[in-house]
Design a protein around this ligand. Structure first.
Ligand SMILES: CC(=O)[C@@H](O)[C@H](O)COP(=O)(O)O
Ligand SMILES: NCC(=O)COP(=O)(O)O
Length: 247
């Protein structure tokens, strides 16, 4: 996840595993989805090993570690169990995310400002295994500055509020918050990624923001893949974000 003029697409395959876990079957296999995504132009593969194992399992992460041609972005909560697992698999990228057991999905960003010492220790520990650590945070100046202070080289701005906005004013306000967050992150010297809730109808405005390094997208890709196949879904999204980033 290095900064460049070309926006990158990280494909999150969690919800391929959601479908598998719904019936306890061996299919669909998120590993196959990852390989198809790479063939269709994904720049990286994102997986979130949740504490409750509702979708991705350890088995998926271990297999992916062996077969990915691109790179893994491993999303994890800041727990001792996850820290030890990350040390075992040494992913290229790690994104620290907040987790609560009952949430439907990741509802907000990590409160870095409210727990700087704890997050700094986690960033230091995970950097020692050679992973580039990013922090999944809200587009909030306080959190962005704290992310720089704790030594994370990268942040991922949570785009969920933008994705959930319903009125044109709300959408414009939330988009502006992301734009301001990107600029603030770049001024702090951070690599700035973004993601959550992005889909084919809302992604272009975010992809057009100058300086964003990578978008991580999952749920919408898996949903669209039902109709066009996983490779088609990824290729369509990649074309959309590259075109938007050129303007
Ligand atoms: C951290 C993040 O935004 C995504 O990885 C998201 O967590 C996907 O998984 P869930 O839908 O289970 O939250
Ligand atoms: N970090 C965000 C991500 O990986 C994908 O989130 P979503 O597109 O599944 O909402």
């Amino acid at each position: 996840m290095t900064t460049s003029n070309r926006i990158l697409l990280g494909v999150n395959i969690d919800h391929v595993a959601t479908l598998r876990q719904a019936r306890g079957t061996r299919y669909p296999d998120p590993v196959k989805a990852a390989l198809d995504a790479e063939e269709a132009g994904a720049d990286g593969i994102t997986v979130h090993l949740r504490e409750d194992r509702r979708h991705i399992q350890e088995r998926d992460v271990l297999l992916l570690k062996d077969v990915l041609q691109t790179r893994m972005n491993f999303e994890m909560g800041v727990t001792e169990e996850m820290m030890a697992f990350a040390e075992r698999i040494r992913p290229a990228h790690i994104c620290l995310v907040p987790e609560t057991r009952q949430e439907l999905t990741t509802e907000g960003g990590l409160d870095v400002a409210g727990q700087e010492a704890r997050i700094k220790a986690a960033v230091e520990r995970l950097s020692r295994i050679g992973s580039e650590v990013s922090l999944f945070i809200d587009a909030d100046e306080r959190q962005i500055e704290a992310s720089r202070r704790v030594g994370a080289p990268a942040i991922e701005l949570h785009t969920g509020r933008y994705a959930d906005a319903t009125t044109p004013t709300e959408v414009a306000d939330e988009l502006q918050r992301i734009i301001d967050g990107v600029n603030c992150g770049l001024n702090e010297g951070l690599i700035v990624n973004a993601g959550h809730g992005l889909h084919y109808h809302n992604v272009e405005a975010v992809a057009a923001i100058k300086g964003i390094n990578e978008l991580n997208i999952g749920h919408a890709l898996v949903a669209h893949a039902l109709f066009v196949g996983f490779k088609g879904a990824v290729a369509e999204m990649k074309a959309l974000i590259l075109a938007a980033a050129k303007h």
